[in-house]
Design a protein around this ligand. Structure first.
Ligand SMILES: Nc1ncnc2c1ncn2[C@@H]1O[C@H](COP(=O)(O)OP(=O)(O)OP(=O)(O)O)[C@@H](O)[C@H]1O
Ligand SMILES: [Mg+2]
Length: 274
């Protein structure tokens, strides 16, 4: 038998997946400002998200979760360490608009309709000429906003606005979708519905996702792996694999595997004492 071909999936820093595949975060440290007023936000954070995978980041307020996303999106440069997306620096992907970002508070333009907000990235990237009405139409149906194409953000509910934000973030078919507490301001019912819809959209598009959340159940429901961070400076405290199959359903939230995962996250965050 011929020898097995050498796998390109050599273990990354987190021991999963390969360097050229997905997102690699290697020894990322971040300090804001200068001594004596410097803020040490992150200390040697490493993890790997396989292509098409879903990782959730969870940790106390101020531990550097948003900072990690901003480093992944090339909105900040790290003090030390490295980010690679499909083996390339995030700046290369940002220039090609291959990184989608959904912020906690919707960042829609209030004077633009739903359609015009979703169309914005196409216009900014100079692809408006190829902006076939069907592309935007497909996105509107993908996020379930048919009938609201011409509404302004102020005429939508919070959940609908976040659907527009998601549609806009995936307009240019990004390789990576970064979500910073996208559903934090929503009620539990809307949030759960949108969680399942987000998974459907990601499955349809094959996008690699990193989600910041404060919700243990959201992390367990959505992610393949949950990274638990320590208080500032953020360090990887635990890495918890979620054993639930895909596609995920809300019914899975009643299974022993789900409770077990949630408990592992809780213990990593708060310790095992009652
Ligand atoms: N641009 C900046 N300049 C100075 N300090 C910053 C900057 N951005 C973030 N920080 C500091 O870095 C630390 C981490 O901030 P970050 O926003 O990443 O936390 P977080 O984990 O997202 O918190 P939260 O859960 O409250 O959103 C905080 O102490 C914050 O004050
Ligand atoms: Mg934050």
């Amino acid at each position: 038998m011929p020898p097995a071909p050498e796998s390109s999936a050599a273990p990354g820093p987190a021991g999963r997946g390969g360097e050229d595949d997905g997102i690699t975060v290697d020894g990322l440290s971040m300090t804001f400002g200068q001594e004596p007023a410097a803020v040490w936000a992150l200390d040697e954070v490493s993890f790997h998200v396989p292509k098409g995978g879903f990782t959730a980041l969870i940790g106390p307020s101020g531990c550097g979760k948003s900072t990690i996303l901003r480093l992944l999106a090339d909105l900040l440069a790290p003090t030390a360490g490295r980010v690679a997306i499909s083996g390339r620096p995030p700046s290369a992907l940002r220039k090609q608009r291959r990184i989608g970002f959904v912020f906690q508070e919707h960042a829609l333009l209030p004077w633009r309709s739903v359609v015009d907000n979703i169309r914005l990235p196409l216009q900014l990237s100079g692809r408006a000429g190829r902006d076939l009405a069907s592309t935007v139409g497909d996105l509107i149906s993908l996020v379930g906003l048919e009938g609201f194409e011409n509404s302004k953000p102020s005429e939508l509910s919070g959940g609908m606005r976040q659907r527009v934000s998601i549609a806009r973030a995936i307009t240019l078919s990004p390789e990576v979708l970064l979500l910073d507490e996208p559903f934090g301001a929503l009620d539990e019912i809307t949030r759960q519905t949108l969680n399942i819809e987000l998974l459907r959209i990601l499955a349809e598009t094959g996008t690699t996702a990193v989600l910041v959340t404060h919700s243990l159940s959201e992390a367990a429901l959505l992610a393949d792996e949950v990274i638990v961070l320590s208080p500032r400076p953020g360090r990887v405290k635990a890495r918890i694999e979620v054993p639930l199959k895909r596609p995920r359903t809300l019914a899975m939230m009643k299974t022993p595997e789900f409770f077990h995962t949630e408990n592992l996250i809780r213990e990593a965050l708060f310790g095992s004492s009652p």
